[in-house]
Design a protein around this ligand. Structure first.
Ligand code: ADP
Length: 278
């Protein structure tokens, strides 16, 4: 079967949306229409019988709005405080939107230490499993009050791969502000071209992904997404990077269409997630 066609059969899907896809480009304010469209698509996936997990950034942006802040937060503690304010509001909005389509959202806040610690990992995995059994949609974010790793380095790119591996997901979709992975950063190199499929994540690809990011709120860049891809494919999970400006891309990906960059899974024998977390 053609490789893209196989995505139609994926049952458990983790979707990560970055801050840049959930906010207005010019102002950094939350894009509620985008949140609503995303919610509708995820509810459709539930309707198709899929297990759905959303990893959502955006807490700092919502916190910034709540505090009527015009300037970008600079210090880490300022970002953490805004995330604490924004996370509750972000969830309130998601709860309301999902309820409109008769779905239930649940909040999971975790850090990479949750995955490292045996008891925490055991508990988190059981909670995910139980929520998915119940038909709820877990919405995950880094617990920014106690950790700053994703705020500083990954904008939840790594976290989404940990979650996908932890829950034995079948597919991880990273929604970004770009159509997929290019041969070079297209914002710097106009000759860069989109790579539709990565069969094997060789060094050559790793050198193409640059970490510098032009977005104000996103912090990951392509380097963080390639880290996520390594975890996903070695855990046996296909991963797609696609543009979050059109959330219907999610449905097209699951319909086997050629959207974004597909990283093909190659489960590593004796895969152990702990080996991927510093
Ligand atoms: P998001 O949070 O929406 O995922 P990021 O800023 O973290 O956004 O990552 C996407 C950005 O990564 C792109 O806008 C681009 O500037 C940068 N980038 C660096 N190298 C590449 C590459 N090889 N292909 C595509 N984008 C790249």
């Amino acid at each position: 079967m053609e490789i893209r066609e196989q995505l139609k059969d994926k049952k458990r899907v983790v979707i990560k949306i970055g801050s840049s896809s959930l906010t207005h480009v010019m102002t950094g304010e939350v894009d509620y229409q985008k949140m609503e469209q995303l919610t509708r698509v995820l509810c459709d996936l539930r309707g198709m019988g899929k297990d759905v997990i959303l990893v959502s950034s955006g807490a700092i942006a919502v916190g910034k709005m709540a505090m009527h802040m015009k300037t970008r937060p600079t210090t880490t503690s300022e970002k953490q405080a805004l995330a604490a304010i924004g996370q509750a509001r972000l969830m309130m909005t998601y709860q309301r939107l999902f309820a409109e389509y008769s779905q239930v959202a649940a909040q999971i806040l975790m850090t990479k230490n949750t995955v490292k610690n045996n008891l925490n990992r055991f508990n988190a995995r059981n909670t995910f499993e139980e929520l998915l059994n119940m038909g709820a949609i877990p919405i995950v974010n880094e617990n920014d009050t106690v950790a700053t790793y994703e705020i500083e380095f990954g904008d939840n790119d790594h976290l989404s791969a940990y979650v996908a591996a932890l829950t034995n997901a079948d597919l991880l979709i990273l929604l970004s502000d770009i159509d997929g992975m290019y041969t070079d950063d297209p914002s710097r190199n106009p000759d860069a071209s989109l790579i539709p499929i990565v069969w094997e994540l060789t060094e050559q690809y790793k050198n193409m992904g640059k970490s510098t990011s032009k977005s104000e709120l996103g912090t990951g860049g392509m380097t963080a997404k390639l880290d996520a891809a390594k975890i996903a494919v070695e855990a046996g999970i296909d991963m797609v990077i696609a543009n979050g400006s059109n959330v219907r891309n999610i449905l097209d990906i699951i319909d086997g269409k050629e959207v974004g960059t597909l990283f093909v899974a190659h489960r590593k024998k004796n895969f152990d997630l702990l080996n991927y977390i510093e």
